[in-house]
Design a binder for this molecule. Structure first.
Ligand code: MN
Length: 238
């Protein structure tokens, strides 16, 4: 007698849907896309060699399966000798928006988290120099660290408040959300000129000055007023 075969729609079983926990809820926020804003604090734009006054926002993306929950230990990634942290406010979209004004964009912001835009800076710098894509510098495994999400209805609009990061307890980044060159509403409105944004889209909104390298054994902690504290431990290289 023939063995019974399992029927399946997929030749390989699909990966689980990437998702983020939500404060005070059993339900999670399912993630489909991760957008990131380059240079959105004046002092960081300057430290990266840009002119904050003349540059409109620009974007890059990370795959949703690059997400790592805060509190994790991740391996020091391959292919880099200059692995950087960037502490950022993360915005979660909760309603469809396309080609909207900042006022309309504001209503589509569902929640916030604290996040790290982890970066292989040497690969990003090489890509900038040669005019090549940033993917290996920005869109790699474990490159999008995130805390739980907090609903806007719970925490209110985060238009101001300290954003800080420390490595092994020593403060490296300190900014204020009010220093964003492009506000959250302006970023969402601008991004919606290019994409049909909807629930499941996360936006990393840019980092203040003070980015720098970490090494195996380092512990990163970060804080944004009103949100959960973020932490990340860098493990041995793979
Ligand atoms: Mn960034």
């Amino acid at each position: 007698m023939e063995a019974q075969t399992m029927s399946s729609d997929y030749v390989f079983p699909p990966e689980p849907q990437p998702s983020v926990p939500v404060r005070g809820s059993r339900q999670r926020y399912a993630v489909s896309r991760i957008f990131c804003v380059g240079r959105n604090y004046a002092a960081h734009a300057r430290e990266m060699g840009g002119d904050p006054d003349r540059e409109p926002p620009f974007y890059f993306t990370k795959p949703a399966n690059a997400l790592v929950p805060s509190g994790a230990t991740i391996p020091y990634p391959p292919g880099t000798k200059n692995y950087h942290y960037e502490m950022e406010l993360v915005v979660a979209i909760g309603a469809p928006v396309f080609k909207v004004t900042p006022e309309a964009a504001k209503a589509a912001v569902w929640g916030y988290a604290a996040g790290l835009d982890m970066t292989r800076r040497d690969l990003q710098n090489e890509a900038k120099k040669t005019g090549r894509p940033w993917d290996t510098g920005k869109g790699f495994e474990n490159a999008a660290v995130i805390t739980e999400l907090v609903r806007v209805s719970e925490v209110g609009p985060l238009d101001k408040g300290a954003i800080t990061l420390a490595v092994n307890g020593e403060e490296k980044q300190r900014g204020d959300l009010s220093d964003l060159i492009w506000s959250v509403a302006e970023v969402v409105a601008n991004l919606s000129q290019f994409y049909h944004l909807k629930a499941g889209d996360l936006i990393y909104t840019g980092t203040p000055e003070g980015v720098g390298p970490v090494l195996p054994g380092d512990v990163i902690t970060g804080q944004i007023e009103g949100l959960a504290e973020l932490s990340l431990t860098i493990g041995a290289p793979e």
